[in-house]
Write a protein that binds this ligand. Structure first.
Ligand code: GLV
Length: 325
């Protein structure tokens, strides 16, 4: 029997390749260079499935040119790179990788909070520039996290993992989400639901963990930033586009908020160059889930989804269950 054909669209760990090679005829783009949209379409023209990263765009035009495609398995929890409705209409199963990256991404949010409020990155750069001529009582003063108010916008699994970590810093935790968490989850997170305006006004650290969609586009823009405390920090580990970057840059330039820690941007990787001139922002290149262990788990889960989808099973993380084998 001939094996289904798949494309692995970006370089993955050898274990992932080995697993997929046991089940499929694999076309492997063994590189971290992004395939251009027309190259991706050409490589997928004769494929039954694909393992994508958050960078590969799967839309109606690509689907029309790839009639054999039955499964798109994203190695990410977010899937705004995939037109889910178009896939459903085309009978293509779509999966993501929830759960396995929650703790790693939550840890990273804390890294950004500490780095921003305690100015760790700027101090490191200054020290490497050989500027340090002695200890100073008022040198590099930052802000405390402990006993401050942590606000979380988007209280899914990762938001809750961020909240649980706040206990060690003895912080007050508030959150806003479309729906309230069940009482036992609120208790585990020691978190209280508030409306969005209260969240904006009362948070000392506002962590964004919303999925990106037309409904969350620019959820934080000029009007929202204007409600925040001048001493507050904005942390975005969600997706570019959730924040209006131009409005944020203005707020940071004018010190209308104290600072920001950003892992995601509009128009990645071509972020607005005005960010580079700011000394009150920590910038990282979309690495929230990037621990070696977690990136392996994510790709293995994407591979499991692909194997289930193309061997007659139900993928564990099927996002469009109306499409069945
Ligand atoms: C990474 O950005 C993810 O969505 O998993």
């Amino acid at each position: 029997m001939t094996q289904p054909k798949i494309l692995i669209a970006r370089e993955v760990f050898p274990e992932v390749l080995a697993l997929l090679e046991r089940h499929f005829e694999v076309d492997y783009h063994a590189s971290d260079a992004l395939l251009a949209p027309e190259q991706l379409t050409a490589r997928l023209a004769d494929k039954d499935g694909v393992l994508t990263m958050p960078t590969e765009r799967i839309d109606a035009a690509l689907l029309a040119a790839c009639p054999r495609l039955r499964a798109v398995c994203n190695c990410a929890v977010g899937y705004n790179n995939i037109d889910l409705d178009a896939c459903t209409r085309a009978g293509v199963m779509v999966t993501n990788t929830p759960g396995v990256l929650d703790d790693t991404t939550a840890d990273f949010a804390w890294g950004l909070m500490l780095a921003s409020a305690r100015r760790i990155v700027a101090a490191d750069q200054w020290l490497r520039a050989r500027q340090w001529d002695g200890w100073k009582y008022q040198g590099w003063l930052g802000q405390d996290l402990h006993h401050a108010t942590l606000g979380i916008l988007g209280m899914g699994r990762i938001g809750q993992a961020v909240a649980r970590r706040a206990a060690g810093f003895e912080m007050r935790v508030i959150y806003h989400n479309r729906s309230h968490l069940p009482a036992e989850h609120e208790a585990q997170c020691r978190a209280k639901w508030v409306d969005k305006l209260t969240l904006l006004r009362e948070s000392d650290f506002l962590v964004l963990m919303l999925p990106y969609s037309p409904a969350t586009h620019h959820a934080i823009g000029a009007a929202e930033l204007a409600q925040m405390k001048p001493t507050a920090y904005l942390i975005n580990i969600a997706r570019g586009g959730v924040v209006d970057d131009a409005a944020l840059i203005e707020a940071l330039q004018q010190r209308r908020i104290a600072g920001a820690g950003l892992d995601v941007f509009e128009n990645e990787p071509a972020l607005d160059p005005r960010f580079f001139a700011l000394d009150n922002v920590v910038l990282t290149p979309h690495i929230g889930s990037a621990s070696a262990a977690t990136r392996l788990k994510m790709a293995m889960l994407a591979a499991d989804n692909l194997i289930a989808a193309l061997t007659g099973g139900t993928p564990p993380n099927l996002l469009n269950p109306t499409v069945k084998n």
